[in-house]
Every structure is written in structure tokens, then in C-alpha cells.
Write a protein that binds this ligand. Structure first.
Ligand SMILES: NC(=O)C1=CN([C@@H]2O[C@H](COP(=O)(O)OP(=O)(O)OC[C@H]3O[C@@H](n4cnc5c(N)ncnc54)[C@H](OP(=O)(O)O)[C@@H]3O)[C@@H](O)[C@H]2O)C=CC1
Ligand SMILES: O=C(OP(=O)(O)O)[C@H](O)COP(=O)(O)O
Length: 330
């Protein structure tokens, strides 16, 4: 059994904790959380032990919530920690993980230099084998890498130009995010698949929630038909090619789709590629895909834990994770 601590129990951490807790080869030691709010209450209801930053115990006791110890106790009790603290805080925690000699994996809000490798299971699982510090790239970059990896293996990705429309749920404006180019996604994709052609990514943000959209243009090293590309992408276990007849064209429809399929927390772990958008013009591939920002990195966390612990190869880990989480059942 791999004993896993999940430090940070927000959007990503709560999903990673549930996934770890459901794996037959893992034991969830507990979760790290700062404030004793409703999310903490829900974690306690799920039976998760809660560890809090040193010095905060009184706040929890004041509202009658049990604390199992401080975060350093969580780190000590764990074989590995999945860090899902707010962007940038993982880098502050890294020296503490090192002091406790506990390997850790980080999320995409951290810079590449927080870890020894950046990770997407489909693309570079073995890069994380026996490493102590690994970064799961962001939700958008994970979605790009899952698409790039089979295209690059089959045809070669000679160059790509991607427009990312990122859901940010903030003010009712559309903005460049950031104005400078490229956004971090292209460089991060190349951290994972370094031998692809230049990748230019342009980020925008819009005031909506849960689902990012990507307008994709990839120049391939061959001229397959749109049907061949469709079949290749549909054969990937973490890509769902949405049948055009289903009438899905928005993040709202995708949320309904997830709920109707009984997905916990509206999770859609798979890239959602719109079948009717897949087009080829010579070597140029165009398509639209959507990424559920809250959940696509969750199976990647599970696989990275196995890779870092040297417990399984890529195929074994991905298959087990998919089976337990119901990935590919839609
Ligand atoms: N949100 C998303 O859709 C995605 C996020 N990511 C990345 O995942 C990481 C986590 O993001 P997200 O889940 O959104 O973050 P959230 O803000 O939702 O959650 C952060 C968690 O960390 C806890 N926390 C705060 N301070 C501490 C501390 N000192 N020690 C331990 N825990 C602490 C928070 O507790 P409390 O609530 O009590 O303050 C909260 O539980 C970031 O790197 C982000 O960029 C990647 C893909 C998608
Ligand atoms: O949506 C996200 O997080 P955030 O909006 O909570 O910062 C993910 O971290 C992915 O963002 P990005 O891949 O566009 O950087």
C-alpha cells in the first residue's frame, strides 16, 4: 500500500483525495487544509483525517472540528504527498518535504523548476519513475499533451498554434490572459514532449466556469484523412470524441452530460473533442476541444504517484486508474 497525504483540499485536492481513497493500492493518510469551513466539514464526513498548518489548531477546536495533527505530521506519516495548495505555495512547501525526506508531486500553478520533471501520463510516464519531485502540468496543458502525444507518435507534430479560451469566472469581460505570447501552455507542453515542433499558445479568459475551450491548429508531418485522425484520437483512453449527433456544443451541455452520466462533482476526466470540428487541409489539422478544468489532472496525479514509487509501468497504472475511476465509460 502506498500511503498518500494530500496537502491542500480545494478544487484539485478534494478530487485527488477521493481518487487516492478509491485506489486498491493506495491509502489516504489524510488531507491538509487551512480553514475549518464547509469543505473541511465535508472532508470529515467522508472520514478523512485533517491536518492543519502549525498554530491554527485553536481555530478548529473553537468550531468543534477534530484535527489529526499539523501538516508536518501529515508529511511524516506519508510515503508521498500530493501537493494541491494554492499556486505558488507548493514551492514554499518543497523544502519542508525535503526536510522530511518525503517525495512530493506538485500542480500546474507551480513553475517547472519546482520539480525534477513535468508529467502527463500518456506522454512521459517513465520520466517520473523513481523521481522525488514531479509536477503535473496544468489542466489545459494536460489536455494538450494527451492530444499531442498520439499525433506526434503517429504523424509528427511539426508546429502548432493553439488559442485557449480559459474559464475564469471573474468579471464580465473577455481579456487576453496573458497579453504576452506564448502563454505558459506551449513551453509547458514542450517540457513533457520536447521533440515536437514549435508550439504557440495564446490564452484568453472569459467569465464562465468549469470548462476551458481550445481552438487547435496542428501542422502534422503527414496528410492523414480527418477520419483517420478521428479514429486515432478516439482510441485514446483519456480522450472522448463527442458524437456530433449528441448536440453538445458548450460547457453548459458538458456539465449536464457529466451529471446525466452520474459523474461525481460533474467530473469529466477525459478531453472532450468535438467530432464535427475535426478537419484536415493537407497537413493542417483543426479541431475544437474542451477541458474540464477541475478534474482532468486527477488521474494524472494518481499515475504520477505510482510512477514515482516505482510501483507500475505506464500501461498498468493508466489501466488501473481508468478502471477504478470509470474513465472511458461515457
Ligand atoms: N482550480 C483548477 O481548476 C485547477 C488548478 N490547478 C492547480 O492546482 C493547484 C491547486 O489549485 P486549486 O485546487 O484551485 O486551489 P484551491 O484554492 O481551490 O485550494 C487550495 C487548498 O490549499 C489549502 N491551503 C491554503 N493554505 C494552506 C497551507 N498553508 N497549508 C496547507 N494547505 C493550505 C486551502 O485551504 P483553505 O481553503 O482552508 O484556505 C485549500 O484547501 C494550483 O497549483 C492550481 O494552479 C490545476 C488544474 C486546474
Ligand atoms: O484553471 C486553472 O486554474 P485557476 O483558474 O484556478 O488558476 C488551471 O490551473 C489551469 O489554468 P491554465 O492551464 O490556463 O494555467
Amino acid at each position: 500500500m502506498i500511503r498518500v497525504g494530500v496537502n491542500g483540499y480545494g478544487t484539485i485536492g478534494k478530487r485527488v483525495a477521493d481518487a487516492v481513497n478509491s485506489m486498491p493500492d493506495m491509502e489516504l493518510v489524510g488531507i491538509g487544509k487551512a480553514s475549518p469551513n464547509h469543505t473541511a466539514d465535508a472532508a470529515a464526513d467522508r472520514g478523512y483525517d485533517i491536518y492543519v498548518p502549525d498554530g491554527r489548531e485553536d481555530r478548529w477546536e473553537d468550531v468543534g472540528m477534530d484535527v489529526a495533527g499539523d501538516i508536518e505530521a501529515l508529511i511524516d506519516a506519508s510515503d508521498i504527498v500530493a501537493d494541491a495548495t494554492p499556486a505558488g505555495m507548493g514551492a514554499e512547501y518543497r523544502p519542508i518535504y525535503e526536510e522530511h525526506d518525503t517525495p512530493a508531486l506538485f500542480q500546474g500553478g507551480e513553475g517547472a523548476d519546482v520539480a525534477e520533471a513535468s508529467f502527463t501520463a500518456r506522454a512521459n510516464y517513465s520520466e517520473a519513475t523513481d523521481k522525488d519531485y514531479v509536477r503535473i502540468v496544468s489542466c489545459n496543458t494536460t489536455g494538450l499533451n494527451r492530444m499531442f502525444a498520439p499525433l506526434h507518435e503517429e504523424y509528427g507534430v511539426e508546429r502548432a498554434s493553439i488559442t485557449l479560451v480559459r474559464c475564469r469566472g471573474e468579471h464580465a469581460v473577455i481579456s487576453a490572459d496573458p497579453v504576452t505570447l506564448p502563454s505558459h501552455h506551449g513551453p509547458d507542453a514542450l517540457e513533457v514532449i520536447p521533440d515536437m515542433g514549435p508550439i504557440t499558445t495564446m490564452g484568453m479568459k472569459v467569465p464562465t466556469v468549469r470548462h476551458h475551450f481550445h481552438g487547435i491548429n496542428v501542422e502534422l508531418g503527414a496528410e492523414p484523412s480527418a477520419e483517420e485522425v478521428r479514429d486515432l484520437l478516439a482510441s485514446q483512453s483519456r480522450i472522448h470524441v463527442i458524437d456530433g449527433d449528441l448536440g453538445i456544443d458548450s460547457g453548459w451541455e458538458l456539465q449536464e452530460f457529466a451529471l446525466d452520466r452520474g459523474r461525481d462533482r460533474m467530473n469529466l476526466y477525459e478531453n472532450q473533442i468535438f467530432e464535427d470540428s475535426i478537419s484536415m487541409d493537407g497537413q493542417q489539422l483543426h479541431l475544437f476541444q474542451s477541458i474540464h478544468r477541475e478534474s482532468d489532472v486527477v488521474p494524472e496525479n494518481v499515475d504520477a504517484i505510482r510512477a514515482m514509487m516505482g510501483e507500475a509501468d505506464a500501461e498498468e497504472s493508466i489501466e488501473l486508474t481508468n478502471e477504478v475511476m470509470g474513465i472511458g465509460d461515457i
